[in-house]
Design a protein around this ligand. Sequence first.
Ligand code: FAD
Ligand code: SF4
Length: 307
Amino acid sequence: MAGGMDLIGLMKNYVLQPDVIVALGDVGGLSQIEATDDGGLRIGAMVTIADIAADDHIRTNYPALAAAAAAVGTPQIRNRGTIGGNLCQRPRCWYFRSEYYDCLRKEGSACFAVDGDNRYHAIFDTAPCPIVHPSNVAVALQAYGANVVVAGPGADGALSVESMAMGDFFVRPANNVHQENVLYHDQIVAAIELTGTTANSASYTIKHKQSHDWPLAMASVVLDMNGDTVNSANIVMGAVAPIPWRAEGAEQYLVGQTVTIGSAEEAADRAVADAEPMEHNAYKVRLARTAVKRAILEAAGVDWTTG
Ligand SMILES: Cc1cc2nc3c(=O)[nH]c(=O)nc-3n(C[C@H](O)[C@H](O)[C@H](O)COP(=O)(O)OP(=O)(O)OC[C@H]3O[C@@H](n4cnc5c(N)ncnc54)[C@H](O)[C@@H]3O)c2cc1C
Ligand code: SF4
């Protein structure tokens, strides 16, 4: 347990009843934000979301991460919740959170969201379990190409510390419907590592309520610019798929483009071109498109309020 914001809720709902809880609060070396020798940053797993949102270095050099952190929940949740816990929080699917539904993810035999109330569920990668990954922060971290440092006994039981790409950390339900990441039972996230800095970056989050809510859709965009022209683009969408979802078609389109409202709209169209909304969540396609468009414009310093 880190901040307990997610774990305690699951216990109160009788979804999890652990025999033993290991609190990470007293483990040394997990609570620092440190510059690394290669000009990057190492964020310990117990650093709070509030500290990430407020950190001057992160706000200047990784603005998409600062914005994604600032959009999490409420001040109380950001003050208590940690980045390790945020990445490892369990899905918000209401069937998963109810003790009365033994769905696929809980070793049951059916997904109740398929024919049920799926208004907040995925619009990409919807089978066999259309959860959306609940972490805002993971979306920005993946756009920056962050690594996750995993520590503890691995498959062979030997203690190890391993650094892996954020994209390899999360698990698609088609590969394993019972867990959202690759951690073995006794492994923990020890830190997040960021290399380089990219000021041309932004996150845009769309919520039902401005506070106390997970996003309905979000996007993080990191651009490598040569003057007004895009050299390369990383575009990742959140709250639309079981893992942070890369918009590769949009990334490819933007290379060599000047960022204008028109090119951002074209990229956003491509980002959602393959969406497969469920019965009750087609509205999310439009929200995701808007989030991508505005994040691209903001990353390039173009005023999106005019388009
Ligand atoms: C009302 C509400 C609104 C919220 N809104 C948002 C939002 O908009 N966006 C968003 O991204 N999040 C949101 N959250 C989630 C919140 O940010 C997370 O609950 C919080 O970050 C979890 O962190 P924690 O430290 O409390 O984790 P805990 O509850 O302690 O742990 C969560 C899970 O992660 C595991 N865990 C914790 N730390 C580690 C570690 N270092 N290594 C391995 N496993 C670990 C635990 O075993 C547990 O399974 C919201 C939460 C609430 C309650
Ligand atoms: S979407 Fe996933 S977590 Fe939700 S009911 Fe279906 S199988 Fe369970």
